[in-house]
Write a protein that binds this ligand. Sequence first.
Ligand SMILES: Nc1ncnc2c1ncn2[C@@H]1O[C@H](COP(=O)(O)OP(=O)(O)O)[C@@H](O)[C@H]1O
Ligand SMILES: [Mg+2]
Length: 337
Amino acid sequence: MGQSLVDVNNQISPAASTNDQIEKLEATIKALQHDNAKLQQQLEDSTLELQATVDEFLRSDNERKRLVNDIDEYIRVDLERQRLIKELQAAKRLAEENSRLKSEFLSTMSHELRTPMNAIEGFTSIMLSRMGGVEFNEKTERYITRVNINSKRLLQLINDFLDLSRVESGRLELAYQPFSPVDLAKRWQTEISILAEKKNIDFELILDPHLPETVYGDEEAISKVAINLLGNAIKFTEQGKVSLALSNGGENWQISVTDTGIGIPPHAREYVFEEFRQVDQTSKRKYGGTGLGLAIVHKYTRTMGGTVTLQSEVNIGSTFTVTLPIQTKHESVESKQ
Ligand SMILES: Nc1ncnc2c1ncn2[C@@H]1O[C@H](COP(=O)(O)OP(=O)(O)O)[C@@H](O)[C@H]1O
Ligand SMILES: [Mg+2]
């Protein structure tokens, strides 16, 4: 900047004319003005630059503060999350322990209740059959009949409880054995056709000729599923037919139970598989039961690696289909409860 300034003393000689001096002075002034404008411009530029630097500094300082805040917030959220996880884990452990205790309690109670209940049911049945020459009047017979019916009902409830608590507590150990599905279906037929006859309902057994002769599985668990479905089919059918069909689906086999009964409305088709759930209260009043049967069907089927589906139309009938994997050799099925 300094070198462009005009040195006034060196530029003006004493010999020069007044005009010359004026011209030179004017030129000097112009030069000075030019330099001044340049300096002014440089000053403005520097000020702007400085302002930009200050702005940039402030911006990055704000950014830094924001980042620090973000990190603080992140740490806070993370700590909160860890606390929540710990709380949830503790609640889960408690719930698992409670569920185990509940199952244990139910199972112990049910076993304890079953023995005296069996005695009550057994002896009242004997009395009603007049075995051993027991004699009683009509009124007493009515009372004994009621005791007998109610003890049967309680026994059914206790047995359902036991079945359910066994599968819920993971104590259901499947005993895989080879068996003939056809023979098993015939045994169910014998058991169920007695109930069908009592209600004057036809019973039909449909066997797929391509069924494997032998499959591996737990006959008792499969029977529990089938008998529950067949029992329901008879119970909820006033007239017509109940059919049991066994078919081969390649990698699996199917047990279908079809009835011409009251049907299940669409809104109830999922919840009827839950414990203690019935379509509605009128069902309980009219047909009795506790709503545990389909929960047993569902849980046992899943434990065996199968599925259960339901098709139904109100006042036309229902079909429950259980699909189980065909196991021709002993392989364990992972519990999918
Ligand atoms: N075959 C069926 N036809 C019509 N309704 C059925 C049938 N099977 C089950 N249901 C309905 O599903 C409910 C639940 O069945 P379930 O768990 O076996 O209980 P429960 O037989 O003790 O009532 C029944 O109360 C009934 O309302
Ligand atoms: Mg039932």
